[in-house]
Design a protein around this ligand. Structure first.
Ligand code: EPZ
Length: 416
């Protein structure tokens, strides 16, 4: 199991190229199931989760060609309408094959995703929505069996805002008969990116970017080309890193128009930022200010940035409060940070952080994707050596993070 060894205290200086967004690429790859035509995708990030999704899709018979950041999909020879447990258990986003397979082929067998470190994360809203579109769904021995000759449009109101729930139902609705209205839809930029691809494939969707998506079903979708949007979470992770270590970095290939909540908090922290069309120059030469925030759905403060900002708060010049409202157990990084000398106490879904002058390196363990990123940030700021175990969590969602960090002066290496 790989580990990351970091010797902290180095300022970060130089250029970083931000990769395509994991949480846009995963649903977008599943959209390839919806057509017999070629779907040509660019800016697809090199991530473990993307590799897992391509393996899962390949098993259905979807033709997959990957060349660097380009992926070409063709769904003319799909012959296995299922997603097996051994793959689904490693990546919950596998549930995103359910809507497309059902909509185009009338049936699907998808393993129920297990829980995960950050919460139970049920998929009841995905199932409820597909049933509203006419699907017969039974759950047996850990598998979802879905059947429906032809989905019929319906008005669906999900009980809460769900990102992949919205994406699953949106993809299913594109081939349903008649009109579907998704109320309470997720407005994350990754949902918008998927919707834009579906429109390019011939889908009829209005309300894109709002919490009310209206879809007129069409008989079939054709191929299209699309470039995956830049990863706003990766960008914010690097900005938190330089906020914690001090330095002067420039991010390239960013989308600054979808990061307002994070950029506002980074300004509050004291990061000096010069923002261009797709670049952000970030300079930091002072101790961070503490920032208090609560996570909410887009356009509010993203839960996927909570751990990274908490890492900066641990060495801020004051106290802060972080409230996690999306997942019930997304503070797994707290205990690990306290091993580095942080002063964090939690009470339910709120963490109270007292900034300390200096973190001290120690062996720590990654528990989930964004927690591992926050431990990297803490390690970069800590005095001495930090050894992070179980960094397969990091590799799921970050494209060669240590290589990008080495290029801007971090003393970090991967130990096999
Ligand atoms: C997506 O997960 C992201 N993953 C997550 O990113 C992200 O943290 C999350 O949205 C919130 O923004 C992908 O896009 C692949 P939800 P998702 O459905 O869709 C509850 C990362 O770090 N819920 O929006 O699974 C659920 O338990 C990952 O990149 C139900 O109760 O999240 C949670 O409390 C982590 N029933 C809340 O809704 C359902 O049927 C929001 O979950 C669906 C969701």
């Amino acid at each position: 199991m790989d580990k990351l060894l970091i010797t902290g205290g180095k300022r970060l200086v130089g250029d970083v190229t931000i990769s395509g967004a994991k949480n846009a690429a995963l649903p977008i790859l599943c959209a390839g199931l919806l057509t017999a035509g070629d779907v040509v995708l660019d800016n697809v990030p090199h991530l473990h989760d993307v590799a897992t999704m391509l393996k899962l899709l390949g098993q259905t018979g979807l033709a997959v060609q990957q060349d660097g950041e380009r992926v070409v999909l063709n769904g003319s020879a799909i012959d296995k309408l299922e997603a097996p447990y051994e793959l689904v258990k490693t990546m919950r986003a596998s549930i995103l094959v359910l809507g497309p397979l059902l909509a185009r082929f009338g049936e699907a067998k998808v393993s129920l995703p297990g829980g995960c470190a950050i919460g139970s994360r049920p998929v009841d809203q995905h199932i409820k929505g597909l049933q509203a579109l006419g699907a017969e769904i039974t759950i047996d021995a850990g598998y979802i069996y879905a059947k429906c000759k032809k989905l019929k449009g319906a008005r669906i109101v999900t009980d809460m805002i769900t990102v992949t729930g919205t994406e699953n139902l949106l993809m299913a609705a594109t081939l349903a008969e008649g009109e579907t209205i998704l109320e309470n839809a997720a407005r994350e930029p990754e949902v918008t990116d998927l919707a834009n691809l579906l429109v390019a494939m011939g889908a009829q969707i209005s309300g894109i970017g709002t919490d009310r998506l209206v879809i007129q079903g069409v008989p079939e979708l054709h191929g299209a080309s699309h470039s995956v949007i830049s990863d706003r979470i990766e960008a914010a992770t690097f900005l938190c890193a330089v906020a914690a270590t001090g330095g002067d970095i420039t991010l390239h290939n960013t989308r600054t128009d979808i990061m307002d909540a994070a950029l506002d908090k980074l300004r509050e922290i004291g990061l000096q930022m010069t923002i261009d069309k797709d670049t952000i120059r970030a300079q930091m030469d002072a101790r961070p200010n503490p920032v208090t925030f609560r996570t909410t759905e887009y356009p509010g403060f993203p839960t996927d940035m909570q751990a990274q900002f908490m890492a900066v708060n641990t060495i801020a010049n004051g106290a802060s409060r972080v409230t996690e409202t999306i997942f019930e157990n997304r503070f797994m990084h707290v205990q690990e940070m306290n091993r580095l000398g942080a002063a964090i106490e939690t009470d339910g879904n709120t963490a109270f952080i007292k900034g300390v002058d200096q973190l001290v390196g120690a062996p720590v363990m990654a528990t989930d994707l964004r927690a591992s990123a926050s431990l990297v940030i803490a390690g970069l700021a800590a005095k001495g050596e930090t050894l992070i175990d179980r960094i397969y969590h990091l590799d799921r969602g970050y494209d060669r993070m240590e290589v990008k960090l080495q290029a801007i002066g971090a003393n970090i290496s991967r130990i096999k």
